[in-house]
Ligand binder design. Structure first.
Ligand code: HEM
Length: 200
């Protein structure tokens, strides 16, 4: 089993960058959050398994997700310029980081560096930092309601990819549940900048 995470030189990918802001939650808060989505060591094991299943299917997963976004004008809108045209460069750069995110979700330990990058990803969807990483002019903010709603398609569509490598029904289900928990957990972390101080 490979545990490598392909970081290479993906433009704008800043996992582990010491200059990132610290995620404003304690280890204890994070443990409670994990317990709330029933995330256990079994899920960690299943995510590692999912990483091995998905690593050579990343482009196919991204094609599907990008088709989904591209076929909904109200979603592709968040990648458009002031004239309403999708910014190809922006879509491509985010796509590379999105691919890395799939592997990070499966293979990274969910430690402080990971928490800090979750906080960063939340800021990048929020008006605090959207567009800055790629230096483009686009819509300045993605509403929280779409972040939350996205949990469903990002989870439902991964299943057929998890089924492709001949794993038992039990393993596929385990990988899928672990993925669902992780995406939920991450979306909760990304919601930090959207909540009023003290409300999160
Ligand atoms: C569960 C929900 C979502 C997931 C898992 C997800 C995943 C990601 C990832 C991994 C990145 C790149 C992070 C990085 O810079 O390293 C990203 C950025 C981005 N996502 Fe999402 N996303 C979600 C919801 C949405 C929604 C609903 C939209 C609206 C169409 C959206 C639009 C964008 C845009 C425009 C960026 C680039 C932000 C920037 O300017 O830096 N995302 N997303």
């Amino acid at each position: 089993m490979s545990t490598a995470t392909t970081t290479g030189s993906i433009p704008g990918y800043a996992f582990g960058d010491p200059s990132l802001p610290r995620a404003p939650l304690s280890d204890e808060d994070f443990q409670k959050l994990k317990a709330t989505v029933l995330f256990t060591e079994d899920d960690e094991r299943y995510l590692r398994m999912a990483g091995d299943v998905l690593e050579d299917q990343i482009d196919d997963v991204l094609d599907l997700w990008y088709n989904f976004v591209g076929s909904h004008p109200h979603l592709v809108y968040y990648f458009t310029d002031p004239q309403g045209e999708p910014i190809g460069d922006y879509l491509q750069r985010v796509r590379a980081r999105f691919g890395q995110w799939i592997l990070d979700t499966c293979r990274r330990p969910y430690d402080r560096a990971w928490l800090d990058y979750q906080y960063e990803i939340g800021l990048r969807h929020h008006r605090t930092k959207k567009n800055q990483t790629d230096g483009i002019r686009s819509v300045d903010h993605i509403p929280l309601r779409y972040l939350i709603a996205f949990i469903y398609p990002i989870t439902a569509t991964i299943r057929s990819f998890l089924e492709k490598k001949g794993h038992s029904a039990e393993d596929v289900e385990g990988m899928h549940q672990a993925w669902f928990k992780s995406v939920t957990l991450q979306t909760v972390l990304w919601s930090i900048p959207y909540a009023r101080s003290g409300d999160w």
